[in-house]
Design a protein around this ligand. Structure first.
Ligand code: PGA
Length: 307
């Protein structure tokens, strides 16, 4: 393996990421025979096949999987080293890999925009998924930092709150409960509810509050997006629990309002999270500090006052 080159590992890594030799060749501006040649040399050096071809798609063998993990670690060290050097030169440069839960997409892109204006050398990759999938990404160490609406349980992490995340009950403006004060939870659960998909943090928090009172919601329909939920509420299909961040600052307005239900708004926070023991890159560290110091000045920092 001593004669293995970084270039060979780079080619191998690109094939795994794209699941295709052709797309890897395109990404690296190489011809397909060059890609195949690099992989042949790498396979000879390892002494075991790295891929098995099923149909047109290359699948990793056990040796390939181990090599992929190893090559990711090498590139990670390399990127960290480059960032440290850039930092010594007085620049913040490099890649920031961020994975956030669905609802965080209402404010994280804006904050990333401001962060990147401050540090133009930073290149960002942002993955948006529900809580369960972001958790999976963290367990596989795929990103630098994670944003959750509640720190993961059972996994040792560093989780720091940086912003309020109140959850409210929304309804169409002509809903029979609209305008009533302190509606008991028992009345809420009589209503048909539109809920986010299982695995959503918002849904988990609402179910947890009800379970504390021995109650369960009547889920009429599950929808995998906050925007679809709002439209279905406007359409009169039911009420829904949503983060205040999914609603405009000047809410209530238009065809939606919120209900004054006992226990709501559920008071939660947004957390910036990373696994305990993970060494943050210079850029990840800078973004973490940016969130902790500046989020209160952002429009998203104003939601608590008006929830
Ligand atoms: P979700 O998570 O987008 O998966 O519902 C948000 C949260 O946990 O607040």
């Amino acid at each position: 393996m001593r004669h293995t080159t970084l270039r060979q590992l780079e080619v191998f890594n690109a094939i795994v990421r794209h699941g295709s030799f052709t797309r890897a060749a395109e990404e690296l501006f190489l011809t397909q025979p060059t890609v195949s040649m690099q992989i042949k040399k790498l396979t000879d050096a390892v002494g075991l096949p790295l891929f098995e071809q099923i149909g047109k798609k290359p699948y990793l063998t056990d040796a390939g999987r181990s090599l992929y993990k190893f090559s990711c670690e090498i590139f990670d060290h390399f990127a960290r080293f480059e960032m440290t050097i850039a930092d010594m030169k007085g620049l913040k440069q490099g890649k920031l890999r961020l994975a956030v839960v669905t609802t965080a997409k209402y404010f994280i892109p804006l904050m990333l925009g401001r962060f990147c204006q401050r540090y133009p050398g930073v290149d960002v990759s942002l993955k948006v998924s529900n809580r369960e999938r972001v958790l999976q990404r963290m367990l596989e160490n795929e990103d630098d930092l994670y944003i959750f609406g509640q720190p993961p349980d059972g996994v040792p992490t560093i989780a720091e709150p940086f912003l309020e995340n109140p959850l409210v009950v929304i309804a169409p403006i002509d809903h029979p409960l609209a305008g009533l004060k302190v509606i008991p939870l028992e009345r809420l659960v009589e209503q048909p509810v539109l809920a986010r998909e299982a695995g959503s943090g918002t849904r988990m928090a609402a179910e947890r509050l009800l379970a504390e009172h021995g109650l369960k919601m009547k889920v009429r329909m599950e929808l995998g997006s906050n925007e679809a939920l709002k439209q279905a509420v406007i359409g009169g299909l039911g009420i829904a629990v949503l983060s205040r961040h999914t609603l405009p600052l000047e809410f209530p307005g238009g065809r939606l309002t919120w209900l004054d239900v006992q226990g709501f708004p559920i008071k939660r926070h947004w957390y910036v999270v990373y696994p305990e023991g993970k060494r943050l890159s210079v850029v990840a560290q800078a973004f973490r500090e940016y969130l902790l110091q500046h989020s209160a000045d952002e429009p998203a920092g104003k939601v608590e006052a008006i929830a």
